[in-house]
Design a protein around this ligand. Structure first.
Ligand SMILES: C[S@@+](CC[C@H](N)C(=O)[O-])C[C@H]1O[C@@H](n2cnc3c(N)ncnc32)[C@H](O)[C@@H]1O
Length: 241
């Protein structure tokens, strides 16, 4: 399957520019969803506009795994992380266009970020399936797409693909210039429509639970990893030299 439009590296510098914070403040956007010690997965992280604030919010025992198709984006992200002493909480992985290569993160991730990336991915269903597999039960996905590029209908189709992969929409999010939703893994519905899960309130009238999609194995390449530290929750991730 061929890659869709790919964000050029020079745009990566624009996206990481602090001026963006004036209308999309990453600390405010992520703050309500992240706490110390969490493991975060940032798909299509580019130069880390969201990954670095996420690393701050999860603290020294949390970690942020950044996955991107373009090595140059991740190289810049790691340089930026080093400058602000966050390098030790961040792992950067280059992926292929067919597969994210995150099978080793099975059931480990508390929160996945899919911000302004799904419209660039050739096979969104596969991406949602891989993200679903990486999340712990009850884990969340912050899914956002730029309004200018992605029509409401297309965003709805992506939400439907996410749901088929087992990621149910549990709320809408207000992020300027974006269409955004919070998704949850394994938010099941009781017969009366009440959702069972960590998020309060009632579900939005979705009938039944779709069978989660399956993502097959694929290789991964590590660009910059961190050494497992004693005391981190779960078993340490292997680091490929
Ligand atoms: C528009 S940028 C968004 C960056 C970041 N999430 C943000 O909001 O600042 C999209 C990023 O997704 C990456 N990307 C595109 N296709 C991808 C794929 N199949 N897998 C992983 N990353 C991909 C691009 O390289 C680019 O860095």
């Amino acid at each position: 399957m061929s890659q869709r439009h790919l964000c050029p590296v020079w745009v990566g510098y624009l996206l990481a520019n602090p001026i963006r914070t004036l209308f999309q403040n990453p600390e405010k956007i992520l703050g309500p969803h992240l706490t110390a010690g969490m493991w975060v997965l940032d798909i299509g992280s580019a130069m880390g506009f969201f990954s670095l604030p996420a690393a701050r919010l999860v603290g020294p025992i949390g970690r942020v795994v950044c996955v991107d198709l373009q090595q140059k984006m991740l190289d810049a992200l790691l340089r930026r992380a080093s400058r602000v002493q966050l390098r030790g909480r961040i792992e950067a992985r280059v992926c292929g266009s067919e597969c994210l290569g995150i099978a080793d993160l099975h059931d480990r991730i508390d929160m996945a970020l899919l911000i302004a990336v799904i419209h660039e991915i050739a096979d969104p269903s596969r991406c949602f399936a891989e993200v679903h597999d990486s999340l712990r039960a009850g884990g969340h996905v912050l899914f956002a797409e730029p309004r200018g590029h992605v029509a409401e209908e297309t965003f709805g189709a992506s939400l439907a693909a996410a749901e088929r992969a087992g990621l149910r929409k549990i709320g809408s999010l207000r992020i300027p210039w974006s269409r955004a939703a919070l998704l949850e893994k394994g938010g099941c519905l009781e017969p009366d429509g009440e959702r069972i899960g960590s998020w309060g309130g009632r579900a939005e009238g979705v009938a039944g639970v779709a069978a989660p999609g399956k993502a097959g194995p694929c290789p991964r390449t590590l660009v910059g990893g961190l050494q497992p530290e004693p005391g981190l929750r779960g078993t340490p991730m292997p680091v490929i030299p």
